[in-house]
Design a protein around this ligand. Structure first.
Ligand code: ADP
Length: 263
């Protein structure tokens, strides 16, 4: 099977610092892949390179069958992107935000109207179509971002921390939307997250990045079999450590002994 997303020996250097260091990874069509790791690990930079927003310093990246450096327009036509910072235009209405994106992708008028209706309905925002985006809640803005990312019918969706800062109920609603897109339409997804629950609910496979390197990858089950049920992430100054325990009880016992624990 040809991978939906493939990175081979990818490096990204900013100001003489290698923030993505020899990253190789393949994501299969229809897979939901979760990228985990502490802040500064290089996850967003990886997504930016995959979505043509940043150029790799070295290595090969192929997305939806196209080379991101040489065929960036083709890549952009095949991908949907939901970035961490809410990027909807606050002073435009929900409909206008969709309309603007549809025109950027040259979707013909009649089809654009039908598809805007379809996706706003899908994410439950039809009744807010004429409201300015600034009047939406955080969860609604995120849903608008997702609807907009889907408008040009991409085959791969990239989501950078899609549920960060949202309350548990809104988060669950977004998970359902994401999972449904994957199950019903076979859409490939790459998402970054800090939430273990999100990984359990959504991801077929995960990769853990640290200091620009992929230090682990596999299914959650595989990682648990290899390292144990309990994973504790511990910050040591600028560095993060991953500690693995055979059982959750042992992980909790360890946590209980820590003076500065954060659950
Ligand atoms: P993550 O998403 O895992 O938190 P990032 O990819 O945002 O990590 O950042 C990885 C490293 O790259 C960080 O040290 C960050 O400061 C650095 N970095 C990211 N973008 C830039 C940039 N445009 N210029 C310089 N350094 C950057």
């Amino acid at each position: 099977m040809v991978a939906a997303v493939s990175l081979q020996n990818v490096h990204k250097v900013y100001n003489n610092t290698c923030v993505v260091n020899d990253l190789s990874l393949a994501i299969q069509p229809g897979e939901i892949f979760g990228l985990l790791g502490p802040n500064g690990a290089g996850k967003s930079t990886t997504i930016r390179m995959l979505t043509t927003l940043a150029q790799q310093t070295q290595g090969d990246i192929v997305v939806a069958g196209y080379d991101v450096s040489r065929q960036s327009a083709q890549v952009r036509s095949k991908i949907g992107v939901v970035l961490q910072q809410i990027s909807v235009d606050a002073d435009l209405t929900v409909w206008e935000n969709m309309e603007f994106h549809g025109r950027m992708h040259h979707i013909p008028t009649a089809q654009r109207r039908t598809d805007i209706c379809r996706w706003l309905d899908y994410v439950g925002l039809s009744d807010r179509a004429n409201d300015k985006a600034k009047t939406l809640s955080g969860g609604m803005k995120r849903r608008l971002q997702i609807a907009r990312a889907l408008l040009h019918n991409p085959s791969i969706l990239f989501l950078d921390e899609p549920t960060v800062g949202l309350d548990p109920q809104t988060r669950r609603r977004l998970w359902e939307i994401i999972r449904e897109l994957n199950k019903a339409q076979g859409m490939t997804m790459l998402l970054t997250t800090h939430y273990m629950e999100e990984v359990e609910y959504l991801c077929d496979r995960i990769g853990i990045m640290d200091q620009g390197k992929l230090i682990e990858s596999g299914t959650l089950k595989e990682l648990r079999q290899k390292h144990g049920e309990g994973i504790v992430m511990k910050q040591k100054g600028e560095r993060w450590e991953y500690l693995f325990f055979p059982t959750l009880e042992e992980a909790n016992q360890y946590l209980d002994q820590q003076p500065d624990k954060q659950v």
